[in-house]
Each structure stands twice: as C-alpha cells, then as structure tokens.
Ligand binder design. Sequence first.
Ligand SMILES: *Cc1c(COP(=O)(O)O)cnc(C)c1O
Length: 214
Amino acid sequence: MSISRNLFALNAELPPHVTLVAVSKSQPIERIKEAYAAGQRIFGENRVPELLQKYAALPKDIAWHFIGHLQRNKVRSIIPFVQLIQSVDSFPLLQEIEKRAAEEGKIIDCLLQVKIAQEETKFGLSFPEAEVALNEAVRFQHVHITGLMGMATNTDDTAIIRQEFCSLAQLFQKLKREFPALHVLSLGMSNDYQIAVEEGSTMVRIGSKLFGEK
Ligand SMILES: *Cc1c(COP(=O)(O)O)cnc(C)c1O
C-alpha cells in the first residue's frame, strides 16, 4: 500500500475529533514528502537532531510534534521549531521549557506524559505527579499544558491495553474539570489506536501503519 492510500484509509476511519499525528521518526525525507503531498501536516519525531534536520528540509507549514524523551539540554534547540511537546515526563523538564520559551518570547504547548504501562522502561509521570505538575504550571507564562499523553504496555493482551487507556482517560476527565485548558488526550499507536479511540483518545500517533513496517 502506498503512503497516500494508507493516509486516506486512516483519515476515513478516524472520527473527526481525533487528530492524526504521522510519526515520521527514522523515515527519509522523500517518504515524509509523500505524506505531505497527500495532505498530512502534523508529524511526530522523537530525536532532536532528526527533527532539526527534517524541519530545515521540509515545508514550513508542517506542525512538528516532539514525542520522545527530551533531555533538558536539548530543549533550547527545538523551541523555535516545535508546535507541541507531547512527552513532558518530569517537572524539571517543564521548568526548562518555560525558561527557554520565555527567552524566545514563545508560548509552547505541552502534553504531560503519564506512565500507564507496566514496563519499567517507559518514561512518564505518575498520576499524582501529573496533578502536582499541573498545579505548579499554573504560574508558568510560556508553557501551556493542553493535555496528557500515554503509551500502553507492548502486549497482545488487549484487555491490559484497554484498562491502561481507560485509567488515563479517567484521570483526564477528572483533571479537565479543574484545568479547563486540557483538551488533548494523546493515546494510541499503530497497534492499539482503535482501542485508544474507543477509550476517548483525541490524538493518535501512527508510524508503521502509515509508512509501512521498517
Ligand atoms: C514510534 C512511536 C509511535 C508510533 O509507533 P507505531 O507503532 O509505528 O505506530 C507513537 N508514539 C511514540 C511515542 C513513538 O515513539
């Protein structure tokens, strides 16, 4: 299947309130151009050098999302180029984004990455940490927390995946009452986005199902 056909099929399948982020990490420029030509404008990258290189090479109306673990010393270099940082996984990182965005005179939209998977290796805030971060961030003028992001356990057991998505969707609904700026729930990748959408996702991050398996 071609990228444009995959994109067409995904857009036909996803409900209108769900935003598709094309995860273009490790994809060459030519393949991203194919998705762009087919209308896709939001792309996700998880490595800073790759994001900077692709930003420079591709049309400037692309909205770039950062979706990987972000080191604090790399924040400054992406501030001018990124539309949304989906992977804020610590409060010190949020403070650094505030500081660097202030220097640039920008306001950066961020999602808090919340840990829902069982795996030890996944980055993310605990539920209480996410709530504390939201309360603390109220005084920040240059970061705007617009939602939450989560990644389910990498398993074939769909009951586990659904339960993890559901738990974050419940936290999202609860926090939304206190923080009305929250409106993005970024849940779901190629293998689990259908479950994520059923559980209330408003943003899916899809790589292999769009660009093909590597
Ligand atoms: C790679 C990646 C994705 C996309 O994964 P696919 O299985 O290829 O769709 C989504 N989110 C994050 C954070 C990723 O690192």
